[in-house]
Design a protein around this ligand. Structure first.
Ligand code: ATP
Ligand code: MG
Length: 357
């Protein structure tokens, strides 16, 4: 499954543009702040309904414009279809061939994208939220059940937190209702995360071994909630209740999950060298590509935003070799990045994309 063509309207700094992508490698070059990342962000939003940079869709709309609009032609062996996204009033609505679908319940699942940006290289040593994003955004696309559980948990958590914030002593019945909803949603998402990490594991081990040539890295999911059913979850919650009422927020559950990567038993969050962190992230993204590639749409689109210049020659070559057979869109400020043979090249200036090759 590939994205053949993308039109953008009032998307960030792009007033109107049309870009055609190569089925193999497309290179997008240009100085800083011209619209390179904006283009990848658009492809990613079509695939996931979300931006990798913001959770506020209104930021995606060009200043002083009412709405943004994206239209892509998606190609697959059995034919093409049109995928559109409209961003208006702080909401994203996507349509496939004119039929609406929502995040978390999209019937689609065959248009997927993996985005790799320099910020990702910091995720391993950053906050747990950065590592959860790796799960949610990239590999979450591999499972409709995961996306559904994720959206549901987000809704329940917002409501429960609002309740805790509003009242010093929340009405008992109301709190019990939201506790029960929380327990169900929290257990469901925790289970989905277990499953997903389990499915990713073999891909990750293989990739990290290939890249480092040494002992493969291991990934482990560290759930905040160690419960297998909602009854048990409620018991664990009860033990945290006083704390929650004092701090007026939810303290237990998947919004506090973490992901651990280790090499030879060393926790890379604490002891990872720069090189090891890069290896793990490259391996993670490639693992995401192969996991998503098992899905109905075949390989996802790989979006490499300015990361190649961050990697040494070996890791760069590894990444590009592993990406063979996957549609790849690369952005860079360096005009000629050694060894790449793009099928198409665009140069971006101020939101205008000019084909140069
Ligand atoms: N909603 C918006 N409306 C108008 N312009 C915007 C909006 N959001 C972002 N921009 C502008 O879009 C420009 C290009 O952003 P983008 O992130 O694509 O740059 P880039 O080419 O990737 O640069 P870099 O090489 O620094 O990463 C920026 O100058 C930014 O201020
Ligand atoms: Mg950029």
């Amino acid at each position: 499954m590939i994205v053949e063509e993308l039109s953008l309207e009032n998307w960030r700094n792009v007033e109107a543009a049309r870009v055609e992508f190569d089925p193999g490698l497309t290179l997008v070059t240009g100085p800083n702040a011209q619209g390179k990342t904006n283009l990848l962000e658009a492809v990613f939003l079509l695939a996931t309904g979300r931006s990798h940079r913001t959770s506020r869709p209104e930021e995606l709309v060009a200043f002083e414009r009412p709405r943004a609009y994206l239209r892509a032609r998606v190609g697959r062996p059995s034919g093409q279809y049109q995928l559109t996204a409209r961003i208006e009033g702080g909401r994203v609505t996507r349509q496939r061939e004119g039929k609406l679908f929502r995040r978390g319940q999209d019937p689609l699942g065959d248009f997927a994208a993996v985005l790799f940006a320099p910020e990702d290289l910091l995720a391993l040593k950053g906050a747990p939220a950065d590592r959860r994003r790796l799960l949610d955004l990239d590999i979450g696309q591999a499972s409709a059940a995961y996306r559904k559980a994720h959206v549901r948990y987000g809704q329940v958590l917002r409501q429960r937190n609002a309740l805790l914030r509003t009242y010093e002593r929340p009405p008992r019945e109301l709190l019990e209702t939201w506790d029960a909803a929380w327990a169900q949603a929290a257990v469901a998402l925790t289970q989905e995360r277990h499953r997903l990490v389990e499915r990713l594991m073999p891909h990750f081990a293989a990739r990290s071994g290939e890249i480092s040539g040494k002992s493969p890295a291991r990934l482990a999911y560290e759930p905040s909630l160690q419960a297998t059913d909602s009854g048990h979850a409620l018991t664990l919650l009860a033990a945290r209740k006083d704390d929650e009422l004092r701090r007026r927020t939810s303290l237990l559950g998947p919004h506090r999950d973490d992901l651990r990567a280790e090499i030879d038993g060393r926790d890379l969050r604490l002891y990872g060298s720069q090189g090891e962190q890069r290896t793990v992230l490259v391996a993670f993204k490639l693992a995401a590509v192969s996991l998503l590639g098992e899905g109905p749409g075949g390989p996802p689109v790989l979006l490499l935003d300015d990361v190649l210049s961050e990697l040494d020659q070996d890791r760069r070559r590894n990444l590009l070799v592993a990406a063979t057979g996957t549609q790849t869109i690369v952005t860079t400020t360096e005009r000629e990045l050694a060894g790449m043979q793009p099928g198409r090249t665009y140069e971006v200036r101020d939101g205008d994309y000019a084909r140069t090759w």
